[in-house]
Design a protein around this ligand. Structure first.
Ligand code: BGC
Length: 753
């Protein structure tokens, strides 16, 4: 039982541990602040500017060491060899005037060597504890290589699957993204930041980047302050509350202001409202790019605008190292602002214990990489992240004992690098287990397993003759397992698409499999929701696996053969057609909502009058609804929701709403359901979303078993930024659902007085 209760309980525990942590933190902080003061008092302006300068590795180690000895570099990214890191660190600690250690950074986005599913897949687990474990493992492996700062979690609310970076996000929802982000922060930073296996988290990209116009990367966003505060900022606030030590500004300009020069966001919101005392880094060259934006006249102007807005460290645009000294001399930048930036940077270095433990045990990496428990966690995450979208006639799970042969096909069946997904600099295809390898290992002795990729890679266009030969081959097997999707390079940064249909000949491949007359099971491995409406009709079952990482193969084969039961739910809405984008469940209530009986293109009589169509909000060719809603996912069992109840009808804004329902496993398999609690605020001082996710939990039930699932929702969680741009709970009537996705279920009503 106890959905939110669990969340709440863990909230209470977190709170409890936060309290004891914060006492420790205060003492440590006082000592740290003293050490920072002492250090800053001895620093020259050049040395201070050096701390604000982050560079990627370049040239020879000796060239870098020279700059480090001179105090010109505060942080390096993309160095991953422990011995090299020790050499560089020695230059900083033993050979520079002040001995300030370097902060070594890397994009460890979903695992280091052991690669977990892409973050969008991790979000599909709705399992923060598992996600926290994955981040912990990533930190253990990365810190063994000498990395103490990762540019993760990515907290951009992503409602546009054209945007390639949706792969790095937790999807469309602020509540889910906040939970996933907090879990990652805790996992990366571990028990205490000064633990040598802890890695500083970086909440990015601050802010609004996921709303890039037309889903094209680096494009402008135009979010109002209210949208920012109600939707885009909450995951960052939660990350700050969870102790995220750093934060990265985003590339986009919002309403004409590049994030890297946005003083309102960096000073007012982040520092003053949220009390953030960590460090703000730019994205790669985003300070320099304010010149391309036409927001800064030249790189000097850019440096001035970035530091005065509240940026502490410049990643790779060199504008601080080039211009800060002159800007201070001229008085356009106050040296106190520079001191504050240095203070924020040094605080992270002190908290990480780098002054005490600057070096790495170079033998550790061999001991920790690919530890069995790391691989097992990666396998389990891949298993929980897969979402079953279709299962006609309950064809899945396949019964291996009832089959003699299986044909494994498609370009993703044996594509180790592709299944790792985007941002896997350190993942190794050689250690990756593909579905083909997994099925051979598990069933090779019992089944005749054929293999035909048909297309060598996802974009390849194959001939009709090749497809016809495949149909003929498929007819000689008992079942076809098709692995299609996207190569890793098709999603991630700068990899946006305007057409979201399966690439190359993959839809034709699914149709060719269908023509064999044999059962067809399709697995889509992709970095984003694809428009798969036309493919669904040609497959008996479809399992969606956001690029599942190192252990994707065994996880998927276990699911297909019923050694595991799908429990993943969609963290993002799947559109019928690309033209519906942005389509997300928490849309505002419109004045003319679709009624569901609207005429579609083919149903409209020729010559129909202008006002004959009902005048509601929908597309003539795609209708109104999504292909699959947020929160959706099938299981091998069925769940029944009943007895939705509240403990009261009326609450004060200070009270807690206790909601419960009876969940029954009405099928034949033990399985886990992601139970979701949604709320609608019927009337607000500004228009409110149709529904908002407020809590969720994973509940496991045996066949026939029932359980009362209870949630505790503090009424203050209903607060939003309304007409007067203040955050508060507005009294009135609310609807509440507990359901298995964002579109189903009955509701109960309560009021807030
Ligand atoms: C990306 C960031 C990343 C940084 C460092 C940038 O291009 O936008 O997300 O952390 O590079 O690699």
């Amino acid at each position: 039982m106890i959905a939110r209760i669990l969340i709440l309980l863990s909230g209470v525990l977190i709170l409890a541990s936060c309290q004891s942590d914060s006492t420790r933190r205060n003492t440590a902080d006082a000592q740290i602040e003293k050490r920072i003061d002492e250090l800053i008092s001895r620093m020259t302006v050049e040395e201070k500017i050096g701390q604000t300068n982050q560079l990627t590795v370049y040239g020879t180690t000796e060239e870098l060491c020279e700059k480090i000895r001179n105090g010109e570099i505060g942080s390096l990214l993309n160095v991953v060899d422990p011995a090299d890191i020790n050499t560089l660190q020695r230059a900083a600690v033993e050979q520079s005037r002040l001995g300030i250690p370097l902060l070594i950074a890397r994009d460890v986005i979903h695992g280091f060597r052991t690669v977990f599913p892409i973050p969008l897949g991790q979000a599909a687990t709705f399992d923060p504890a598992l996600v926290e474990q994955g981040a912990r493992i990533a930190a253990i492996e990365a810190s063994a290589a000498g990395i103490r700062w990762t540019f993760s979690p990515m907290l951009d609310i992503s409602r546009d699957p054209r945007w390639g970076r949706i792969a790095e996000s937790a999807g469309e929802d602020p509540c889910l993204t906040s939970a996933m982000g907090a879990a990652m922060v805790k996992g990366y930073q571990g028990e205490g930041a000064d633990d040598p296996t802890s890695v500083a988290a970086c909440a990015k990209h601050f802010v609004g980047y996921g709303a890039s116009e037309s889903g094209r990367d680096y494009n402008s966003t135009n979010l109002t302050e209210r949208q920012l505060r109600n939707v885009y900022l909450p995951p960052f606030e939660q990350a700050v509350r969870s102790g995220a030590m750093t934060l990265m500004t985003s590339f986009n300009d919002n309403d004409g202001i590049p994030s890297t020069g946005n003083r309102f966001l960096l000073e007012e919101v982040l520092r003053n409202e949220w009390g953030f005392d960590g460090m703000v880094v730019t994205d790669w060259n985003s300070a320099g790019e304010m010149v391309s934006h036409g927001f800064a006249a030249d790189t000097k102007d850019a440096a001035m605008k970035a530091i005065n807005a509240g940026v502490d460290m410049d990643m790779m645009s060199h504008v601080f190292s080039l211009h800060l000294e002159d800007l201070i001399d001229e008085g356009t930048v106050d040296e106190q602002r520079l001191d504050e930036a240095v203070r924020n940077i040094l605080r992270v270095k002190f908290r990480l214990g780098l002054f005490e433990n600057p070096y790495i045990d170079t033998a550790r990496i061999a001991r920790v990489t690919y530890a069995p428990e790391h691989l097992e966690a990666a396998r389990r995450t891949a298993e929980e992240s897969a979402v079953l979208l279709r299962n006609e006639g309950g064809i899945l799970p396949l019964d291996a004992s009832a089959l003699r042969s299986v044909l494994v096909a498609g370009p993703m069946a044996d594509a180790p690098a592709e299944q790792l997904g985007t941002w896997t600099f350190d993942g190794e295809p050689d250690h990756t287990v593909t579905p083909l390898a997994a099925i051979r290992a598990a069933y090779g002795d019992r089944l005749r397993i054929g293999y035909n990729p048909v297309a060598a890679y996802s974009r390849e266009k194959v001939t009709a003759a090749k497809l016809a030969a495949f149909t003929a081959q498929a007819a000689s097997y008992d079942a076809i397992l098709l692995f299609v999707g996207e190569e890793a390079i098709l999603s991630g940064e700068a990899h946006c698409l305007a057409d979201l249909n399966l690439q190359g000949s993959q839809s034709e491949l699914i149709a060719a499999a269908r023509r064999s007359g044999k059962p067809v099971v399709t697995v889509v491995m992709a970095g984003r929701p694809l428009t798969i409406a036309r493919d669904l009709a040609n497959t008996d079952a479809l399992l969606y696996s956001f690029h599942p990482g190192t252990m994707g193969g065994p996880a998927l084969i276990d699911l297909i053969f019923g050694n595991a039961v799908p429990s993943g739910k969609l963290p993002v809405t799947f559109p019928v057609a690309t033209g519906q984008i942005p389509i997300y469940y928490a849309r505002n209530m419109t004045g003319r909502p679709a009624a569901g009986n609207e005429l579609l293109l083919d149903e409209i009589p020729v010559g129909a009058g202008q006002t004959s169509l009902g005048c509601t909000s929908y597309h003539l060719d795609a209708g109104f609804g999504p292909l699959f809603p947020f929160g959706f996912g099938l299981s091998y069992t069925t769940f029944k929701y009943a007895d939705l109840q509240l403990d009261k009808e009326t609450y004060l804004p200070t009270e807690t709403i206790r909601a419960s329902c009876r969940l029954t496993n009405t099928g034949k398999r033990t399985a886990t359901e992601v139970v979701q609690l949604y709320v609608r605020d019927r009337v607000g001082s500004t228009v409110r979303p149709v529904k908002e996710l407020k809590a969720f939990d994973r509940i496991t039930l045996e066949p026939g078993q029932s359980r009362t699932v209870e949630f505790e929702l503090p009424a203050e969680d209903l607060a939003f930024w309304g007409l007067d741009m203040q955050k508060r709970v507005e009294p009135g009537t609310f609807d509440l659902w507990i359901a298995g996705d964002s579109q189903s279920g009955n509701s109960v009503t309560f009021t807030i007085n």
